[in-house]
Design a protein around this ligand. Structure first.
Ligand SMILES: [Zn+2]
Length: 263
């Protein structure tokens, strides 16, 4: 039977620093002289081993996005945004190609409701030895109303969100579309943090490799998706009953985003 639950080391988890809420806690990613187990660097972008590997049977890395503690992906200059996405994708692909892992996660937490603990902009690339996230991936999770489409890359808002109420999806072919993919991710994060109908300070990014049976006609053979999820307190209907919800405002959001970013 495939593993469904990841074991979490709670003792180690309790030692992790937190400075999203406790802003007086020193940032471990700013003091670069103290960083160890660095795997790769590209200017201010650094990939290193996670100092608090709380997950069992996992290869846990942290991708520090910038040397500016207060920067945010939604505001990066294009040149830096593209450099970061190229670097992240390259390492995510590389870890998948080793064949050592059942699946490789690539994600970002931003803000107090995102599940993150360090404010400094960073992402995580995590190889799971026994858990394959594709088991719980359904093709409908990336279905949506189209907001934009350029160079074979699509940005949509979910009609069947995994959790709710709004989830944005960027579908792309791979490294050759990286700039458009990055532009669309930036638009979705910028909209989330600045123009959402409710004040929103938190989001997650989740990258997925789409299994071959999901690369159907309607996705034009595209192999990858990024989900941008604005985060609020999680709905009790989802926690208790696994019932996802979809907002009746998604058409309004499509029109609003098209006017703000694509007209
Ligand atoms: Zn910092």
């Amino acid at each position: 039977m495939p593993s469904t639950h990841l074991r979490f080391n709670s003792n180690l988890g309790a030692k992790k620093p937190e400075n999203i809420i406790n802003r007086e806690v020193a940032c471990p990613f700013c003091d670069r002289s103290q960083l160890s187990d660095i795997l790769d660097e590209d200017g201010p972008i650094i990939l290193l081993m996670n100092k608090y590997p709380v997950l069992e049977d996992a290869f846990q890395t942290v991708l520090i996005e910038t040397d500016d503690c207060n920067a945010e992906l939604s505001e990066y200059p294009k040149e830096h945004l593209y450099r970061l996405m190229r670097f992240g994708l390259r390492h995510w692909f590389r870890l998948q190609e080793t064949g050592t892992y059942a699946s490789v996660l690539f994600f970002k937490n931003h803000g107090p409701y995102s599940g993150g603990t360090i404010r400094h902009p960073h992402m995580q690339i995590v190889g799971l030895k026994n858990v394959d996230y594709h088991q719980a991936l359904d093709v409908t999770y990336v279905h949506g109303l189209e907001i934009a489409n350029k160079s074979g890359v699509t940005l949509n808002v979910s009609t069947h969100p995994r959790v709710g109420f709004f989830e944005f999806n960027v579908l792309f072919h791979g490294m050759e579309n990286v700039e458009t993919m990055a532009d669309f991710v930036q638009v979705a994060t910028h909209y989330t943090l600045n123009h959402f109908h409710r004040l929103c300070q938190s989001y997650n990014l989740f990258f997925y490799t789409l299994p071959s049976d999901m690369r159907s006609h309607e996705f034009g053979g595209r192999s990858y998706a990024v989900k941008v999820v604005p985060r609020f307190v999680t709905s009790p209907l989802y926690i208790g009953y696994s019932i996802p919800q979809v907002s009746d405002r998604i058409e309004t959001v499509v029109n609003d985003m098209q006017q703000r970013y694509f007209s």
